[in-house]
Design a binder for this molecule. Structure first.
Ligand code: PAF
Length: 292
């Protein structure tokens, strides 16, 4: 497995590759990421995994500074999983126009960005303005660098997956997007790099988010169609159990628009904050697809 830090080395390494499979990540890899690598391996002859904590997708008060950076351990896991190339660029490789700013760190000067579709301002986008523009822009850059035939994204970030699929469609990119299922702890907790911010007790509590979504899914399967009341009840119960709910929302899985009576392919999405080890709050997201 090659570990590459520059775009020119990456292009040289990929020149003769007939079918490139790509898994973009921000590192701190867990079984969920490895599952995506396995899918890429089944669908391509050369698997590239990028590891880049993208400053453009973090808000000013978010965890960009503390996001876990574990390159060495990540590379060991990727080697064991059979990845061919790890692409781990630094910020100036990804954003060559970056400048240092004495008072508040770096200014990326990325004046051209991808404008995501309006759905990007709902759900996670409502409390993370600019997040999906940052994601779409870095993914477009990575697609241009890696030029994969297929790319694998996890369903855990359902809204992100939706926006990337839309970007590929609207920009006519010759890339097949494959969705990987969410990997979960035995408790139901969706695997996430941010789970590392939680101690054992907080991890136990964090399974309540998935339990709340499971409960809604069951109600939907039982024929309940009062979506607003299902959403409100779940949010109230979590808030009473020391969560700070951002949203619980029942949507059409195909359009991500609010569910309508009679919709058969639904997705129940949730985002909520839980107290963490560091004396702050960790924002967790999860979703469940429900076919009725
Ligand atoms: O899902 C992630 O880890 C990130 O949003 C991605 C797709 C690697 C872009 O930075």
């Amino acid at each position: 497995m090659q570990i590459i830090h520059t775009i020119s080395e990456l292009r040289t390494a990929l020149k003769q590759q007939p079918k490139i499979g790509f898994v973009p990540t921000m590192g701190n890899l867990h079984a969920g990421h490895i599952h995506l690598v396995e899918i890429a391996k089944q669908n391509a002859s050369c698997v590239v995994v990028s590891i880049f904590v993208n400053p453009l997708q973090f808000g000013a008060n978010e965890d960009f500074g503390s996001y876990p950076r574990t390159l060495e351990a990540d590379c060991e896991k990727l080697k064991a999983a059979g990845a061919d190339i790890v692409f781990a660029p630094n910020v100036s490789e990804m954003y060559p126009q970056v400048t240092e700013n004495k008072s508040n760190g770096k200014n990326l000067n990325q004046s051209m960005t991808i404008t995501p579709p309006p759905i990007a301002s709902e759900l996670c986008g409502a409390s993370r303005p600019g997040h999906f523009a940052g994601v779409a822009t870095v993914v477009m850059k990575l697609f241009n660098m890696v030029q994969p035939q297929i790319a694998v994204f996890g369903k855990k970030d359902f809204q992100q997956l939706f926006i990337i699929k839309e970007m590929v469609k609207q920009f006519n990119l010759p890339i097949q997007i494959i969705a990987g299922e969410t990997m979960r702890e035995a408790s139901g907790l969706a695997m996430s790099s941010r789970n590392g911010y939680l101690n054992e007790a907080q991890r136990t509590q964090s399974a309540q988010l998935n339990a709340a979504l499971q409960h809604i899914a069951q109600q939907l399967k039982n024929g309940h169609q009062d979506f607003t009341s299902l959403e409100k009840t779940a949010a109230q119960q979590l808030n009473q159990n020391h969560w700070e709910v951002d949203y619980i929302s029942i949507r059409s899985a195909n359009t991500l628009q609010p569910a309508q009576a009679g919709d058969k392919q639904l997705v129940v999405l949730g985002a909520a904050k839980i107290s963490n080890n560091l004396g702050g709050k960790t924002r967790l997201i999860d979703n469940l697809e429900v076919h009725i």
